[in-house]
Design a protein around this ligand. Sequence first.
Ligand code: FAD
Length: 485
Amino acid sequence: MTKNKITRRSFIKKSGVVTSLFSLSSQSIFSSSTDDNRIIVVGAGLAGLSCAHELEKAGYNVVLVEARSRPGGRVSTYRDQFSDNLYSEMGAEYVDSTDMYVQDYCREFNLKILPARQYDGVYVRGNELSMDRIRSGDVNLPYTGTENGMLFGQEVQYIQKWIELVNKKGINSPEVQALDKISVEDILKEGGAPQDIIELYTYANATESTTTPSKISALAMILSNIKTSGFSENTVEGRILGGNDQLPKTLAKKLGKKIKYNTPLHRLDYDSNGVTATVKDNGKLTKISAKKCVIALPASILKNIDVNPGFSKEKIKCINEQVYGHAMKIAMQYRERFWDNTNSIGQRVFTDTPLRRIYHFSIDQPGPRGILLSFTSGEDAIKLGKLSDDKRNEIAKNTCSKIWDEATQHWERGVAKYWNEDPWTKASYSFSGVGQKDFREVLARPEGPVYFAGEHTAIQRASMNGAIESGLRVYDEIKESMRSL
Ligand SMILES: Cc1cc2nc3c(=O)[nH]c(=O)nc-3n(C[C@H](O)[C@H](O)[C@H](O)COP(=O)(O)OP(=O)(O)OC[C@H]3O[C@@H](n4cnc5c(N)ncnc54)[C@H](O)[C@@H]3O)c2cc1C
């Protein structure tokens, strides 16, 4: 994931000007009369919630419609599925030290972020390697063309010439922009990287992007290395203590009855005077009219919604073609925390198995039971996605038994979540595909009274921080447009 480079703008502060211009309406949220102050927000993920929260604080009459029975979207903490009050993040998990929008809300809502542990070990090509020994240069990764002393960032030595090109000619030069026409796999091959480096990248950064090196834009990869020096084994990640769902739940609580759950958007009509959203409410189609509408849905969902008149050609192309990856998490409950035993490879293991990253999730939760979590993506998630839950669990159990001898005897159960089969997401998260360098800006641009939020419209895409960044951007855009009325 790319790191956030922008600072939080002052617009997040409650605006006294707007509050005094508009008063809160006491109408029922489904009243059909048009209200000049009413704004419909669609989707109660972090993008929609943050936008609705700020709009509501500023005095707008917000109606937030959500298809599911809960807030948070791709922030999803499973609690009921495990024993002893254990919980697990099945969607968004890590908050980086640079994720200032998430950090700001957490501070405001008294939510504590605890740093997560770094990788202890690597299990690739059947070899168990300790991260300490990799770092000290005692052992090498069993991949041709790698440098000693590190796990992530092995591709950087093969892309130096393009990094220098950006430094010399600038990001906007035609030569640099042309890199968007080729993939990460293409550029690595052109830079002389052996096939092993491409394979390692699949398990390293491409796992983060939930796709394969052949689908990611080379330009995006070069720029992420220049701006952020990429994801590395030293990236400081944290998690919200007690579960990430506390953040969307707190925002939802503040919005109270302004959120309508189990109410999916079915159709959107708009003209220069406003919008009419047709939603399914208790199985019945109901219309809600408003001055403006914020669409905070993934493009993978928006592309199937009936919009009249349609959006601009450019927008429709980007909505239809924006690429998303595949992601699955499998939470495995064990009777004992054998990964802490002295003979263990460790608690957090980077692997090339179908489960890819496997780590102790319940580290901040009391034992003796514990949860190992797998985050797998790309081709492995697609393959597991085709299997039944029983088969997914069997593979999870067998894979862990190869890494930890005691795993099988302590196994209790597994719970899988494959985001691409979720009817309200149908994807993992967006990434910068080949030829898609300009998509984000087009996807974020308002069309008449319709505004667009969501991680796929954010500078820091594919993250909770990006979702909030987009929600706050739209809040700003609406505030500006209302001011100029
Ligand atoms: C497996 C996985 C791991 C991740 N790991 C991380 C991580 O470690 N750190 C990180 O920062 N981010 C992570 N992310 C990314 C992060 O979850 C997302 O970027 C972010 O939560 C997206 O928020 P959003 O509001 O844009 O979209 P969503 O959360 O998808 O919200 C959209 C909302 O719209 C609703 N909806 C859909 N259709 C309709 C409809 N027709 N009508 C009304 N409502 C509708 C959905 O139910 C949903 O609530 C991860 C995501 C996944 C899937």
